[in-house]
Design a protein around this ligand. Structure first.
Ligand SMILES: [Zn+2]
Length: 129
């Protein structure tokens, strides 16, 4: 059985929807949403609104905790690689997968197995074939 958890949105309880209502007629209240899973903010908030609310309240503190960028990140031809594919472009009706460098416009065909491999392009955008 999956564990129920609360939406971490600081204003979740202030949005007036049926599923947030609790209590008897003379003591009605709205509560923070509670679910087994959420789709937003890494599975921690119930909606884009609650995600935005969280960043409004905690975003700058999170930046202070994890550190601000103090110099620019740089995209060069070494880390400008992306994976993509052309839909049903091969003669047999299959997809043609490729890696593409969007600074140099270089394109190299790859196999579907290579495309499915998350390590072909590093988190940083470097080609790893
Ligand atoms: Zn929420």
């Amino acid at each position: 059985m999956s564990q129920l958890k609360y939406c971490q949105g600081p204003r979740c309880h202030t949005y007036d929807t049926k599923d947030r209502k609790r209590g008897p007629k003379d003591n009605k209240r709205n509560e923070t949403r509670r679910r087994s899973s959420f789709y937003y903010m890494g599975g921690n908030v119930c909606s884009m609104q609650c995600q935005a609310d969280w960043f409004d309240v905690y975003g700058s503190r999170a930046l202070q905790h994890f550190g601000y960028l103090t110099q620019p990140k740089v995209l060069t031809q070494d880390n400008a690689w992306r994976k993509s594919y052309d839909w049903r472009s091969r003669e047999d009706g299959g997809y043609q997968h490729y890696v593409y460098n969007h600074l140099t416009d270089e394109r190299r065909n790859i196999t579907e197995q290579q495309y499915d491999n998350d390590n072909i392009i590093t988190q940083d955008g470097q080609l790893n074939i």
